[in-house]
Design a protein around this ligand. Structure first.
Ligand code: C5P
Length: 208
């Protein structure tokens, strides 16, 4: 099964305070960490979108950057994994878990997700409206795997914005399932996240 990865790294990094993908984490640039993981996982083709060496120029919205990456994926590819470069602690194990589920061949998309552990409330300004049942909620991560045909169709049929690709496939009636994500595969959004990620990598190095 031919598999490609599209790594999106074209965000402006507003909440980070500037472009974050070329920031170094344990001496390796953020975007490079994701590339290294997909190389180690044996991915056939890796496309990076963003202002990094070898990267394609991105678009205004995340979904536009994904579309630019998708256009560069080889046509004989069966599954494509879309990944946020902002999640540099992605592991080969997580990629394998997502890919293994996709190999069953019964769905259009496979996404990693983790249970919600905090209490979730619906609010209106300062007012708390209600407490939401968290048992049916999950926090969604990347890499998200899709049949290339299903994701391309969803992108051309659906012009609405979306915070992830699964939302577009879901809106087209595609079947999407989730597998266990990785709590450490969090998104680097603000500078403090980088401190956490560095501490995690140092602890992992100490364990080796
Ligand atoms: O903004 P958000 O946190 O959802 O971004 C998730 C990922 O999408 C990041 O890796 C970011 O660089 C990427 N992105 C992009 N092009 C955009 C916006 C976001 O590649 N226009």
């Amino acid at each position: 099964m031919r598999t490609a990865a599209v790594i999106v790294a074209a965000g402006s990094g507003t909440r980070f305070g500037g472009p974050k993908h070329t920031v170094r984490l344990a001496n390796v640039e953020l975007w490079q960490r994701s590339v290294d993981a997909f190389v180690a996982a044996g991915t056939d083709q890796i496309v990076v979108v963003g202002d990094v060496p070898g990267g394609l120029a991105g678009g205004p919205r995340r979904r536009d950057s994904v579309a630019i990456g998708l256009a560069a994926v080889a046509p004989d590819t069966e599954w494509v994994l879309i990944h946020d470069a902002a999640r540099p602690l992605i592991t080969v194990e997580l990629i394998a878990r997502v890919r293994e589920r996709s190999l069953v061949g019964d769905v259009d998309g496979v996404i990693p997700a983790i249970p919600v552990t905090d209490t979730i409330k619906s609010v209106d300004g300062e007012s708390v409206l209600m407490t939401v049942d968290r048992s049916t909620l999950v926090l969604v991560q990347t890499p998200q795997a899709f049949r290339l045909s299903a994701l391309r169709e969803a992108h051309s049929a659906d012009q609405l914005d979306a915070t992830d690709d699964a939302a577009m496939v879901e809106r087209q009636g595609g079947s999407v399932v989730h597998v266990m994500g990785d709590p450490m595969n969090f998104k680097i959004t603000v500078p403090e996240d980088l401190v956490l990620a560095s501490a995690w990598l140092r602890a992992a190095a100490d364990r080796e």
